[in-house]
Design a binder for this molecule. Structure first.
Ligand code: NDP
Length: 338
């Protein structure tokens, strides 16, 4: 028997999660059976989708049960293997959740080459968020040379990667981020052509000035006031990959003010827009191999840069996650567990 320390969902949040929604506890794991491995978590990924898993509302994936371990992708070390494909000491990407140890089928984990890239990047630029940017932008956004691509949460792992791929494809990248530090990073280190602070009182005017030729691709990460400012600027045949709506994840009621939906749909009609939601898993079989090849190459050539926000200690995961929904992370949020 191995002891695991874990964070469970103590109660479903109403509105923004608080520390009371989580509980740290210990438990015992069974020994790994045939075909299984015992894992020790090194890094835990914290991602916006976890807010959806804390809720019982219908979604594309089942919720975490109350008293259940919070779900999440991890980079882990194999402590014991009962499968010939993995050996003690191997480093893998797993889905262990918010806990220090886990017993998993060997078929459910992917072995990493720890010399190819820092292992934590398998949770960010070389993992699910990077793939979300790659697949959503190339499959749905389809940026052409000279076009304008706009993306918010532009310092985070999805938005940062969207803008840099847009530039690789010859498009103009305009980022939206919260606060001067994030904006400076997006412009000066990631090389976006322009960046705007969505907290500025004249945000909508600044955005309009930053896109003199209109917007051809709006990679939708946030919704809310950002989307309201972007939609009137979309060009005919514009494309909108709908990836996330983080501005609304903690909402408990419809936003105040006029109903924007009729005006949005009128633009969809009159501008012949393509608005297409997606969950990145739908493109994995078709595109993941190309993604790993392209993204590794672009990082190696210095065309894609990334930033990680690493928090130490599993016990600090709830506070870090609460901060992620408020924009307090700066880069891909990862917890160093061991
Ligand atoms: P980030 O690490 O970028 O963190 C989220 C960021 O969202 C915050 O740091 C904050 O940045 C921004 N934000 C929060 N609230 C608001 C708001 N009201 N208005 C504007 N910006 C806000 O997250 P990820 O890169 O991991 O994810 C980005 C989006 O992609 C999320 O919506 C997520 O749910 C979605 N996603 C979708 C997937 C799919 O398959 N469809 C897969 C993965 C992610 P700032 O301070 O700059 O405002």
């Amino acid at each position: 028997m191995v002891e695991t320390t874990r964070i469970v969902l103590a109660a479903r949040p109403v509105g923004a999660p608080t520390p009371a929604n989580f509980r740290l506890e210990t438990g015992e794991l069974p020994d790994p059976g045939p075909g299984e491995v015992l894992l020790r978590t090194r890094y835990l990924s914290l991602d916006p989708y976890m807010r959806g898993r804390m809720s019982a509302a219908e979604s594309y994936a089942p919720p975490v049960e109350v008293d259940g371990v919070m779900v999440g992708a991890t980079v882990a070390e194999v402590l014991e293997s009962r499968d010939p494909s993995l050996a003690k000491g191997d480093v893998v990407v797993a889905y262990s959740g918010w806990q220090t140890h886990h017993v998993a089928p060997a078929s459910a984990v992917r072995k990493l080459d720890p010399d190819a890239a820092p292992p934590s990047t398998a949770l960010g630029v070389l993992g699910m968020p990077g793939f979300t940017a790659y697949s959503g932008l190339l499959k749905i956004g389809q940026p052409k040379p000279g076009e304008t691509v706009v993306v918010a949460a532009a310092s985070g792992p999805v938005g940062a990667t969207v803008g840099q791929i847009a530039r690789i494809k010859g498009a103009r990248a305009v980022g939206i981020a919260g606060g001067p530090d994030k904006c400076a990073y997006v412009r000066d280190e990631l090389g976006f052509d322009a960046v705007i602070d969505h907290r500025a009182p004249d945000f909508a005017d600044q955005l309009k000035n930053a896109v003199p030729d209109g917007i051809d691709v709006y990679f939708e990460n946030v919704g809310g006031a950002v989307a309201a400012a972007v939609f009137p600027l979309l060009n005919t045949y514009g494309r909108v990959p709908v990836c996330g709506l983080i501005a609304d994840y903690n909402a408990t009621e419809a936003p105040s003010g006029p109903d924007r939906l009729p005006a949005h749909f009128r633009r969809v009609l009159t501008k012949s827009l393509t608005v297409r939601g997606f969950i990145q898993t739908e493109f994995v079989a078709e595109m993941y191999r190309d993604f790993l090849r392209d993204m590794s190459g672009w990082i190696g050539e210095g065309l894609v840069r990334y930033r990680e926000d690493i928090v130490d200690g599993l016990e600090n995961a709830p506070a870090a996650f609460i901060g992620l929904l408020e924009g307090r992370n700066f880069g891909k949020l990862v917890v160093r567990v061991a």
